[in-house]
Write a protein that binds this ligand. Structure first.
Ligand code: CDP
Length: 206
């Protein structure tokens, strides 16, 4: 028998615009788990402005619903403040508690399987080529012709470089992560592979 309450974390990491959020939302809905897009925390800290450490320490749920958090500029600003150890430390407890809440949780970000919740029952690393990711982000932003693809690609690559090269919790796959390269994989296929991994891990808990 599965012991209740169920403590079960699905950690999803990967580079910008790889489709982590889409997969995370579907998995959370299918399994009835809570979902946290941890990138929103960093985006909200950046958009609040002022001293990023103070902003991270006083972040509230309402800050996560601010407009423009999804913009390219907010993403760039988020990756700049995300290199600061004190900012990351201020956001750690909330993410850890979310990950281990009763009933199961899916969290997507950069360091969930490596730093926030290395004990996660399932770890996924979702990636795709920079070109495909830039195309997806461009469409997500409305496919505005004025926002040229080349600019979106350059920003995605700059952010990836910063996220991978930082000293604090750099972006990298956990050694036990299931890597899903979605360059030529549909959302349905990626989700179905993740489903299989989660179902197998849930069976092991019984
Ligand atoms: O949606 P997208 O993948 O483009 O970005 P995001 O997940 O919203 O994250 C925005 C930025 O926040 C990233 O480029 C990282 O620098 C930072 N971040 C982080 O450092 N750690 C996390 N767990 C999540 C985001």
């Amino acid at each position: 028998m599965t012991s209740f309450p169920l403590i079960f974390t699905v950690a999803i990491d990967g580079p910008a615009a790889a489709g982590k959020g889409t997969i995370a939302r579907i998995l959370a809905q299918d399994f009835g788990f809570a979902h946290l897009d941890s990138g929103l925390l960093y985006r909200a800290v950046a958009v609040l402005g002022g001293d990023p450490v103070a902003a991270a320490q006083r972040l509230t749920a309402a800050d996560l619903t601010r407009p423009n958090l999804r913009s390219l500029a907010a993403g760039q600003a988020a990756s700049r403040i995300a290199v600061i150890a004190e900012v990351r430390a201020a956001l750690t407890d909330f993410q850890r508690r979310f990950a281990r809440q009763p009933g199961g949780a899916v969290i997507d970000g950069r360091d969930i399987g490596t730093v926030i919740c290395p004990e996660a029952e399932v770890k996924l690393f979702v990636t795709a080529s920079p070109e495909v990711r830039a195309q997806r982000r461009w469409l997500e932003l409305g496919g505005d012709a004025a926002q040229v693809m080349a600019q979106v690609l350059a920003e995605v690559q700059e952010r990836d470089r910063r996220d991978m090269q930082r000293t604090e919790s750099p972006l990298r796959p956990a050694s036990d992560a299931l890597v899903l390269d979605t360059t030529e994989m549909s959302v349905a296929e990626a989700t179905s592979r993740a489903h299989a991994a989660i179902s197998a891990a849930l069976r092991r808990q019984k």
